[in-house]
Structures are given as C-alpha cells and as structure tokens.
Design a protein around this ligand. Structure first.
Ligand SMILES: Cc1cc2nc3c(=O)[nH]c(=O)nc-3n(C[C@H](O)[C@H](O)[C@H](O)COP(=O)(O)O)c2cc1C
Length: 199
C-alpha cells in the first residue's frame, strides 16, 4: 500500500495525477533533451527547408532496445539528422509512413513474440494496405538471444513487413545476440551514414 507521509513508498497517484513510471519518466526526460538540442528541420544556405528527420522506434520489455534507440539518436546528430525516438506503443502506422528515414530497434520475447509495447503496432502495420510504406527508407536492428529457438524473430518480422508494404531497405538487418554492444554501435554508424545521404 502507498503511504503519503513517513513511509518510504512514493504514492503513485497524488491529487488525481498519476505518477509516471520510471520508463515514462526516462522517456519524458530524453524527449525534452532532444527537443532542446535538435532542430526539427535544417535551413539550407538558400533558405529552403530540407527534411533531415530520422524516426527511431523501439520495441522493448526490459529497456535494451530503448537504450540503443536513445544512443542512436545522439549519434545521429553527427550525421546532420534530426532524430525523434518513439515508443512503438505511442505511434500509428500513419506516423511511420510519413517518415523518410526509419530505424526500428526491437527485441523478441516469449517464444519468438513481439514485446508487449510492439504487438499492436506490428499487427496494425501488417493489416495496413499494400504500398503504405512507399517512401519509407528503413533499417532494422533486432535484439535477441541465440539460446532461444526463434532467434530475433520480431526483428525479422519488422524487416519483412516494412518491405512487403513498400518500404525500401537502406541497410541489411542486424540480428544481435546478448553481447550486442559493439556490433550494434558499428551497425548504427553504418546505417546513419547511409541515411544521411537520402535526399
Ligand atoms: C523470457 C524471455 C524470453 C525471450 N525470448 C526470446 C526469443 O524467443 N528469441 C530471442 O531471440 N530472444 C529472446 N529473448 C532475449 C531478449 O530478446 C534479449 O534479452 C533482449 O536483449 C531484450 O531486449 P529488451 O530489453 O529491449 O526487451 C528472451 C528473453 C527472455 C528473458
């Protein structure tokens, strides 16, 4: 039970406001940081607005994919890209199809299943009309564990469905085992470098 005074447990609801979960708090902070530092659009010398936006969406259960998405967003600034990181449960297929550059970072859970925060979006994209992802240049980083039979299955599903719906693969998918840090970083650099050149 939550206690308001004297207890060590923070109340989850005070005066009608729900306290954000630790993951939500992290997300708010990181979005604020990005808003502060990253311009949404870049003004060219001639004054024309160019779209340098990069959308990063993550599917996660324990935060690894989210952490990688945040890292990739910070790395993106080096490539003159304007990153936005979004939890898969906070975006619709239309939100994805609007973006010219898309990086999907998704783990696999259960026995080859999507993480809970990714399932609805994955189903919605799968049921969307053919061609809805035309114009989306995407790349998928899959997180998993080779100890499981369906290694990186969710990432494989994202990679397939985005292509099936008309998206263009900018970089080949990477399937990461538990020791993913260096491989993931190298892949992110490579992918950002390719995305940078998309006009
Ligand atoms: C209960 C459980 C089930 C898992 N199932 C799979 C699986 O079917 N396939 C796979 O490749 N990895 C599986 N994994 C490994 C996770 O995908 C991996 O630990 C990943 O880094 C978690 O990333 P996240 O924190 O972003 O969710 C599983 C892990 C756990 C704990």
């Amino acid at each position: 039970m939550d206690t308001l005074a004297g207890g060590s447990i923070t109340p989850s609801i005070i005066f009608g406001f729900r306290k954000p979960s630790p993951r939500q708090q992290l997300k708010f902070v990181s979005e604020e940081n990005l808003e502060d530092t990253v311009p949404r659009r870049t003004l060219t010398r001639r004054g024309a607005m160019t779209d340098r936006n990069l959308l990063l969406i993550f599917g996660t259960e324990t935060g690894n994919a989210e952490e990688l998405a945040e890292d990739a967003a910070h790395m993106a600034k080096k490539y003159d890209l304007n990153p936005t990181v979004i939890d898969m449960e906070d975006i619709t297929p239309e939100g994805i199809s609007d973006s010219k550059r898309l990086i999907v970072i998704c783990s696999t859970w259960g026995e080859g299943e999507q993480p809970v925060n990714a399932q609805d979006l994955y189903d919605a994209v799968s049921e969307s009309e053919d061609g809805c992802m035309i114009g989306v240049n995407f790349a998928v980083l899959a997180l998993g564990d080779t100890a499981f039979e369906f290694f990186c299955e969710s990432g494989k599903e994202w990679d397939s469905v985005l292509e099936e719906k008309g998206g263009k693969r900018t970089n080949k998918r990477i399937d990461c085992d538990t020791d993913y840090d260096d491989y993931a970083e190298e892949w992110i650099e490579e992918t950002l470098s390719l995305m940078k050149d998309i006009a």
